[in-house]
Design a protein around this ligand. Sequence first.
Ligand code: FEO
Length: 394
Amino acid sequence: MGCREIKSGILQVGALDWDRRLFDELIPLPDGTTYNAYLIRGSEKTALIDTVDPSKVQELLDNLRESGIEKLDYVIANHAEQDHSGSIPAILSRYPEARVVTNVKCRKMLMDHLQVPEELFRIVQDRETLSLGDKTFEFILAPWVHWPETMFTYLREEAILFPCDFLGSHLAQSSLFAQDEAHVLRSAKRYYAEIMMPFRSNIRKHLETLKPYSIEMVAPSHGPIYPHPELILSAYREWTSDEVKNEVVLPFISMHGSTGRMVSHFIEALMKRKIGVLPFNLTRADIGELAMALVDAATIVAATPTVLLGPHPQVVYAVYLANALRPKTRFVSVLCSYGWGSKAVEQIAGMLTNLKMEILEPVQVQGYPLDKDFAALDILADKILAKHREINII
Ligand code: FEO
């Protein structure tokens, strides 16, 4: 895509990845992604902030050549994950005078993962500064954006924050900047849900840390740049708050129709009570959408048939993910159908070890649901309504 100017002396030299459809062989990327790398030219020194996924290294090298630089003094590594760091060895080969600027933890990870030699690092501490002449970086250690070594780079004179993954999104688009705000926020919410939600309390701390800084632009290492940072900062404040919405997330599978009939009755029962429902048929659900739904829903209800005495494996997968993502959800329940016996409810409850949710009485049905079973589903819907009222969200 070539190098693109953000401001005088500041270029985006990273890569668009329009076609990538899976990250970590796990996370769907409906809109592709970008690996943003920023070239900052000062009056005396030149620095590159983050690199790109190794699959796009040639694009980064071409962009640097196009920028006209002959010498690179620093490569700033905000994060050791390979989608940002994986091209550091190639950069050091092309620009052997460059030093890798990062924190102690990140150095170890770059040495472990990429075999970057120890003598090529320049270590920085929290709030340490580095001058490029007329431009000054301040480094803000921000552990557990989702790895323990993450940090932000703040360019003081321009008031630009380079937070790497933090505040980013998997969104390939032709514009450098966030324009379609609704689309960008949806991508950013999906990204927060998949990557950062398990570290919500750390993310909240990072937002607090940034409060005293004047930030006129946020330039993350995935997705568009925010020329109006309040858009993404206020969204993050909302997602990381303790506030939940009057919604039930309902991941389900039905094999022969019994669970499906329970689910359809239950959806109607919730809708009659003016409770929002987000059903996910796990035979075709995008787990990124499921993760996003978990960001602020008050309640999760998993619905499963019984397979080999336990929950359907697709439901196991969804419940495992929900437990790992640690949403702020307050209440949980299970709908289960079975032919002759089931341990599905106990097994699902046993998987939710990370979550401090109140478990509401599950509904278990033998065979096809009858009137008494629909009544039990109505009682569960009433219970959810009462719980949502107790916490003042309806
Ligand atoms: Fe985009 Fe944690 O790497």
